[in-house]
Write a protein that binds this ligand. Structure first.
Ligand SMILES: NC(=O)c1ccc[n+]([C@@H]2O[C@H](COP(=O)([O-])OP(=O)(O)OC[C@H]3O[C@@H](n4cnc5c(N)ncnc54)[C@H](OP(=O)(O)O)[C@@H]3O)[C@@H](O)[C@H]2O)c1
Length: 276
């Protein structure tokens, strides 16, 4: 059994429990690189992995899971349908491809990767079907703005369990977080470490006070805000460092100081501009 901190996490609106911390594998190369990083993470205690069809490394993720020595039911695996595959039928096909590459019978969480312009509702309906069929445990979305969330909920009555969005101290997503809380949706932070751009005087000062690194302080801030985190690293020492966040607590003053750093700055694409 894993150390409990790695399985601890919010109970989603469909009753499934999801860990607070997972390993992200965007830009992690298919083959040895992804196999080693996923294995290192699982050995360090991680029980959640975040991949996507577009990352091109689902086969390596699947291999690492099988070789990890940890039983499948202890792990929580997320993948996502890519933009080119949106639409009802294409999504069902894309899911089957991802499931085969991962070598899984059931995917824990399947996400609509980006809303785009006008196919996300049909794509969402395909995810509802996959969940009914028992092929995915939970279904959610990524990069959805409030209007996209309202639209799919109004049309289908099914509330996504999570919305995975860019979220970090320079983009704290306060409005989206408030809407998510009101509607029983959990936010999951992508690029939580600002893609490695961690130099910031206020964060460094807080980190020093707790004897932690800037990365650890940011990840702790997320979790204390009820936000799931999926930091990416291919380096074993950083994979361990990023998980060492369950033995301290930020004071409300320090939480507020980090909240105050918001600049609405994005390192990735803006969903309002990334249209397809
Ligand atoms: N849904 C979406 O549209 C979407 C978009 C982007 C990302 N994501 C997901 O979110 C995950 C995380 O986001 P991300 O990969 O963009 O960026 P991130 O996790 O914010 O940062 C990763 C970068 O920071 C470095 N790093 C990791 N830990 C560190 C530490 N403790 N100290 C210093 N540097 C550290 C990594 O380098 P090394 O690897 O060399 O350690 C890498 O360059 C992705 O892997 C993916 O699963 C989803």
């Amino acid at each position: 059994m894993a150390n409990q901190v790695f399985t601890d996490g919010p109970t989603l609106n469909d009753g499934v429990k999801m860990p607070w911390l997972g390993l992200g594998v965007w830009k992690t190369k298919e083959g040895e690189e992804v196999i080693q990083s996923v294995k290192s993470a699982i050995a360090a205690g991680y029980r959640m992995i975040d991949t996507a069809a577009i990352y091109g490394n689902e086969e390596g993720v699947g291999q690492a899971i099988r070789e990890s020595g940890v039983s499948r039911d202890e792990l929580f695996i997320t993948t996502k349908v890519w933009n080119d595959d949106q639409g009802y039928e294409k999504t069902l096909q894309a899911f089957e491809t991802s499931r085969k590459k991962l070598g899984l019978e059931v995917v824990d969480l399947y996400l609509v990767h980006w809303p785009g312009r006008d196919k996300y509702l049909e794509t969402w309906k395909a995810l509802i079907h996959l969940q009914k069929e028992g092929l995915v445990r939970s279904i959610g979305v990524s990069n959805f703005q409030i209007r996209h969330l309202k639209h799919i909920i109004e049309e289908t009555g099914v509330v996504p369990v999570v919305n995975q969005v860019e979220l970090h101290p320079l983009l704290s997503q306060k409005e989206l977080l408030a809407y998510a809380r009101e509607n029983n949706i959990v936010l999951e932070a992508w690029s939580p470490l600002m893609q490695g751009n961690l130099d910031h005087p206020v964060l460094a000062q807080i980190a020093e006070k707790y004897g932690k690194t800037t990365a650890q302080v940011i990840l702790r801030w997320d979790i204390q805000n009820g936000v799931i985190v999926i930091p990416k690293s291919i380096k074993e020492h950083r994979i361990r460092e990023n998980a060492n966040i369950f033995d301290f607590e930020l004071s409300s003053e320090d939480m507020a100081a980090i909240d105050g750093l918001n600049e609405n700055k994005r390192f990735g694409s803006n969903p309002d501009e990334f249209l397809f």
